[in-house]
Ligand binder design. Structure first.
Ligand code: ATP
Ligand code: MG
Length: 299
């Protein structure tokens, strides 16, 4: 079975493989015509959904790599103790590796711990280690503990004004790490997996973003929702896309991310799909998402 077959847009006619290929070609043609300019100010985007396994990390690393390949300077902050984003970008994250944990407990600045991603020029990573799993307990007595990441990011952006994007990969919870990400960020990108109960929890997430935007971070807004792991051969995927479009017409991204084997294989090689298989439908789709993200600048 082709890696590409699952990934067709709703309504495409003909055989699944043929329509997947023509869908990819349409995306490629649109990308060739589209040029990106750098944002006016550094954009800080948290990729979040308290639901586990919906494609947060895959989206964060591939959008980050897609933007870097367009000439942007991108810093990805891994804010999940699982360290999956660090793994996917080929960055070691054994316990003790300096990273997000040290930044959160004010032991290091972002500049101290950031590392270049060897495979993608312009992409830098703040790694996460298992140490991060204890950070919420360690921070309990720190006044204004929700602002730890914000302080570090603001300082970094002030010192390194050439950073175009800071992308924060959040853990699957709405705990202190995600709150730190929402206070540091100006925008939230929400991946939703094309499955039953896809929208379950989205109103909770929406409510949290709204509450934080009135209480802790007036600048925070929901950047958009991307439907991931789409298999358009199935009626379920098509129904989920239609439901998300009905519920969030202004927020849902036009491109959807296909479920493909290549996307799931890339992290085990320490690579994003952008270098692992740049002409695959997964890579082209994430490149299209990076373009849509870049065009939704609003600051
Ligand atoms: P967590 O909540 O644990 O942080 P997550 O929301 O970050 O998870 P990912 O780690 O990105 O989700 O994806 C979950 C699993 O699904 C991973 O094994 C990943 O490789 C796989 N996956 C993600 N997106 C796709 C896709 N489009 N096609 C196929 N597999 C995918
Ligand atoms: Mg993750």
């Amino acid at each position: 079975m082709s890696d590409e077959d699952g990934a067709v847009r709703a309504g495409d006619a003909g055989s699944p493989i043929a329509s997947a290929i023509s869908h990819k070609q349409r995306l490629q043609r649109a990308l060739e015509r589209d040029t990106l300019s750098k944002p006016r100010h550094t954009r800080i985007i948290a990729v979040a959904n308290q639901k586990g396994g919906v494609g947060k990390t895959t989206t964060a690393v591939n959008v980050a790599a897609g933007l870097a390949q367009e000439g942007m300077n991108v810093v990805l902050i891994d804010a999940d103790a699982q360290g999956n984003a660090s793994t996917a970008l080929g960055i070691g994250h054994r316990s003790g590796t300096p990273g997000t944990y040290d930044v959160l407990i004010s032991r290091a600045s972002i500049a101290d711990v950031v590392q270049p991603c060897e495979a993608v020029e312009g992409l830098y990573v703040v790694p996460a280690t298992i140490d991060l799993s204890g950070a919420d307990v360690e921070l309990i007595d720190v006044p204004q503990r929700e602002f730890q990441l914000r302080k570090a990011v603001d300082k970094f952006v002030l010192e390194y004004s050439k950073v175009d994007y800071v992308i924060i990969d959040c853990p699957p919870s709405l705990g202190l790490l995600t709150v730190n990400a929402f206070v540091a960020a100006k925008e939230v990108l929400v991946p939703i997996q094309a499955e039953y109960y896809a929208l379950e929890g989205v109103s909770l997430l929406h409510g949290t973003i709204r509450r934080l935007s009135t209480q802790l971070n007036r600048e925070l807004r929901l950047l958009g929702i991307v439907v991931t792991m789409v298999d358009n051969r199935t009626r379920l995927s098509r129904e989920v896309i239609a439901e998300v479009q009905r519920s969030f017409p202004d927020l849902v991204f036009e491109v959807t991310i296909p479920r493909t084997v290549r996307l799931s294989e890339a992290p085990s090689f320490g690579e994003t799909i952008m270098t692992f298989d740049p002409s695959s439908l997964g890579a082209v789709s994430y490149r299209a998402l990076a373009h849509e993200v870049a065009h939704r600048e609003n600051n």
